[in-house]
Design a protein around this ligand. Structure first.
Ligand SMILES: Cc1cc2nc3c(=O)[nH]c(=O)nc-3n(C[C@H](O)[C@H](O)[C@H](O)COP(=O)(O)O)c2cc1C
Length: 308
C-alpha cells in the first residue's frame, strides 16, 4: 500500500531523511529500524575534510531552526574507509549527498562515487558557494547550475542523479528545467532558506557565521509551493522536502507532485515519527479506498498533458 516506484526502485514507502539531519544512518538505530524508510539520505560529504563554521551554529526560531553547520564532515577518504562499509547493513537504497567548492571538486567526487556499488543515488547539493566564481551559490545561477549538473552527469553514468535545488531564487521552475535538460534523473527541493537571528540583548547576530539556513515547519508552505511549481513543468520525479512533521504534511507534498518526501528538522524533536507517519499513511489509504499511496501524487496539479 505504501510502496512507491521511484526511478526503477520499488521503495518500501515514500519517505526519506533530509540530508544532514540523519547522519549516515547510524544516529537513530535505537529509535526505529532504518530499513523502514524508502531511501536513506546521508549527511553531505565533501572531497576534503571540513571543520565547519564558527560556533554557535544553531539558533532556535518560531517554528524552526537556523543552522550554519558549514558542511562539517571528515572528507571523502574517511567516508570510503569508515562509512561506506556500514551501508551494507541496509536493505534500502542509499542516497549520498555531494557538495563541492568548484565544478572540478564535484566532478572528482562524483566519478569516485560512480564506482561504489552500494550507493544507488547521488543527491547533488548545489546550494554551495562556487569559490572560482567569487562565492556565488551554484544553485542561484542558471548557467552555473547547468555547468555543474552537466559535469557531474558526464562522470556518473551508473547512478541515479538527483539535483537538490536552492529556494533562494526567484523562479525555481527555470532551475528545475535546466536540471531536466542536463539529464538529471530527479529533483529534490527545498534546501534551507537563508536567514538570520539577532540577539536583542547583545545586539549581535546569534550565529557565528551570522547567516544560516532556515528549516522546520515554518518553511513548509514555501516548500509546498515550490514543489507544486516544479512538478508543473518537469516530467522527472521529485523528492519534496521542507518542514514535514506529520503524515498530513507528507500527503500535502505528494499531492503537490512529490513521489518521495524527506523529513529533516522535525526528526530531532521526535525520532519515532517515521513509524507513526507510516501507520497514519496506511490508515489514510484504507479510509480513502486507495490501493496505493501513489494514486495521490500530483493530485493538486491541474491535469497535465503528459498525464493524459
Ligand atoms: C543541521 C542541518 C544540516 C543540513 N545539512 C545538509 C547537507 O549537508 N546537505 C544538504 O543538501 N542539505 C542539508 N540540510 C538541509 C536539509 O536536508 C533540508 O533540505 C532542510 O533542512 C529542509 O528540510 P526540513 O525543514 O525538514 O529540515 C541540512 C539541514 C539541517 C537542519
Amino acid at each position: 500500500m505504501l510502496t512507491v516506484n521511484f526511478l526503477g526502485f520499488k521503495l518500501n514507502c515514500p519517505l526519506t531523511t533530509a540530508s544532514g539531519t540523519f547522519g549516515y544512518g547510524e544516529c537513530y538505530q535505537d529509535f526505529f529500524d532504518v530499513n523502514e524508510l524508502g531511501i536513506l539520505t546521508t549527511k553531505g560529504i565533501t572531497l576534503e575534510p571540513r571543520s565547519g563554521n564558527p560556533q554557535p551554529r544553531l539558533a532556535e526560531v518560531t517554528g524552526g531552526i537556523i543552522n550554519a553547520i558549514g558542511l562539517e564532515n571528515s572528507g571523502f577518504d574517511q567516508f570510503v574507509s569508515d562509512i561506506v562499509p556500514t551501508f551494507k547493513a541496509f536493505k534500502i537504497p542509499v542516497m549520498v549527498n555531494l557538495n563541492g567548492k568548484t565544478i572540478e571538486e564535484y566532478q572528482t567526487l562524483a566519478a569516485a562515487i560512480n564506482k561504489i556499488k552500494v550507493i544507488a543515488f547521488v543527491e547533488l547539493n548545489i546550494s554551495c558557494p562556487n569559490v572560482k566564481a567569487g562565492g556565488i551559490l551554484f544553485g542561484t545561477d542558471l548557467e552555473l547550475t547547468r555547468k555543474v549538473v552537466r559535469a557531474v552527469r558526464a562522470v556518473l553514468p551508473d547512478k541515479k542523479l538527483i539535483v537538490k535545488l536552492s529556494p533562494a531564487v526567484s523562479d525555481i521552475k527555470k532551475f528545475a528545467l535546466i536540471c531536466e535538460e542536463e539529464k538529471a534523473d530527479g529533483i529534490s527541493l527545498i534546501n534551507t532558506i537563508p536567514a538570520m537571528q539577532i540577539n536583542y540583548q547583545t545586539g549581535k547576530p546569534t550565529l557565528g557565521n551570522i547567516i544560516g539556513g532556515l528549516s522546520g515547519p515554518c518553511i513548509k508552505p514555501i516548500a509546498v509551493r515550490m514543489v507544486y511549481e516544479v512538478a508543473s513543468v518537469v516530467k522527472i520525479p521529485i523528492i519534496g522536502i521542507g518542514g514535514v512533521s506529520c503524515y498530513e504534511d507528507v500527503l500535502e507534498f505528494m499531492m503537490a507532485g512529490a513521489s518521495v518526501v524527506g523529513i529533516g528538522t522535525s526528526i530531532f524533536r521526535s525520532p519515532e515519527m517515521i513509524t507513526e507517519i507510516k501507520r497514519k499513511l496506511k490508515e489514510y489509504c484504507i479510509a480513502n479506498n486507495l490501493n496505493s499511496i501513489e494514486e495521490i501524487i500530483g493530485l493538486a496539479q491541474p491535469r497535465r498533458k503528459d498525464y493524459e
